[in-house]
Design a protein around this ligand. Structure first.
Ligand SMILES: NC(=O)c1ccc[n+]([C@@H]2O[C@H](COP(=O)([O-])OP(=O)(O)OC[C@H]3O[C@@H](n4cnc5c(N)ncnc54)[C@H](O)[C@@H]3O)[C@@H](O)[C@H]2O)c1
Length: 339
């Protein structure tokens, strides 16, 4: 295969990031088609990305464009159907998380992937590709902290973006569905075990608007894993200083902390407030490199005919755990996975 011809569906906040990477930054890949229900985004694809074929219908893109692969970055409820259609057409598939918006959908996606074992299916849990996270994983595998037995995860969106979160709250699925899947995936990955049970709580001190749609502004969850490991997650919408993603992995011989200060870079600003580090403000800024590395790996998997390390089952598992957290929060009790 010479160049991998990719079509992208979804050119919103994250779609544009992936589209630019495929179009300009990945040798061996070519962005040949784009699909969005927004005309302005298709105009962007033509003018800025030099994409020759644009479509408002995904079905039409699959029928008319000459493709080897698709990148699915559309709204979450579209993912499963678009995965099935692309696989049925013989294409390789990259899909953004979540795999599906409920467990039943995820199981359908599993069946579609199982029916096409020779096509690459790649799930976008990009934090695994972030250089700091992959370094931590490598150190753990080398035994640097002994046996890992606890993960403390923090994922808080900036207060500066809270208005959007409030607007989106009635349809987001709630904080635990909308915000927790990356951390849940990291907990399973770092501890090498499955979550057995979870207890989740919420608190609302700043934005009571979240309460009116049975959501919560801040959440906390405790997890018991099958191998005896434990994890805690603090997830929320109101970080005053920026976009705060922090992870600590504790082992029998030490621990590793990833970005306890979510610094923008290594510069220290000295001004009338003191000496300080500015913080990253958004997910595209924090995980810019991870989005590129994961898409490079997708293309490499196609070229070298290799299986990605992340599987469709990782997507189902994350969705199952997020729904267990939501149930625990709503019913105020410990929830066992699969109950
Ligand atoms: N991995 C991450 O860190 C991360 C971060 C943000 C978003 N996401 C995921 O990426 C996806 C997109 O998120 P976003 O923030 O870019 O959303 P967005 O609302 O900004 O963009 C959605 C895009 O999907 C397109 N779309 C919607 N329905 C469509 C349809 N039926 N056919 C064709 N196109 C359709 C829209 O035209 C738009 O281009 C979501 O699933 C989200 O969960 C992942």
């Amino acid at each position: 295969m010479s160049e991998i011809k990719v079509g992208i569906v979804g050119l919103g906040r994250l779609g544009k990031v992936h589209a630019r990477n495929i179009a300009f930054k990945i040798p061996g890949a070519k962005l040949v088609a784009a699909c969005s229900i927004m005309e302005a985004e298709l105009q962007y694809a033509k003018e800025e990305l030099k994409v020759s074929e644009t479509f408002t219908s995904y079905k039409e893109m699959l029928e008319k464009a000459d493709l080897d692969a698709v990148a699915i970055v559309s709204s979450s409820p579209c993912h499963c159907d678009q995965i099935e259609k692309a696989l049925a057409k013989g294409l390789h598939v990259f899909t953004e998380k979540p795999l599906g918006v409920d467990v039943e959908e995820c199981k359908k996606a599993e069946k579609a992937v199982e029916a096409h074992p020779d096509q690459v299916f790649f799930l976008g849990f990009m934090r695994r590709f972030d250089p700091s996270y992959s370094y931590a994983k490598k150190k753990i595998e080398e035994g640097a902290i002994g046996t890992p037995y606890m993960v403390k995860a923090t994922g808080i969106d900036p207060e500066a973006a809270v208005e959007g979160a409030i607007k989106f709250a009635p349809t987001s699925g709630g904080l635990f569905i909308d915000m927790s899947s990356h951390d849940v995936d990291l907990i399973r990955w770092f501890l090498g075990s499955e979550v057995k049970e979870v207890y989740a709580l919420g608190a609302n001190f700043k934005h009571p608007e979240f309460l009116s749609c049975n959501d919560t502004e801040t959440g906390a969850a405790l997890f018991q894993l099958e191998n005896g490991g434990i994890a805690e997650l603090h997830v929320g919408r109101t970080a005053a200083h920026g976009y705060h993603i922090e992870t600590e992995i504790v082992g029998t011989e030490g621990s590793i902390r990833i970005s306890p200060v979510p610094e923008k870079n290594l510069a220290i600003l000295y001004d009338r407030y003191g000496a300080r580090q500015e913080c990253v403000e958004s997910f595209p800024e924090r995980f810019d490199e991870a989005y590129l590395l994961e898409m490079q790996e997708f293309i490499q998997c196609i070229i070298e005919k290799k299986k990605p390390k992340l599987s469709v089952y990782d997507g189902t598992r994350a969705t199952e755990i997020c729904f267990a957290m939501k149930k625990s929060f709503e019913e105020k009790r410990l929830v066992k996975l699969g109950e």
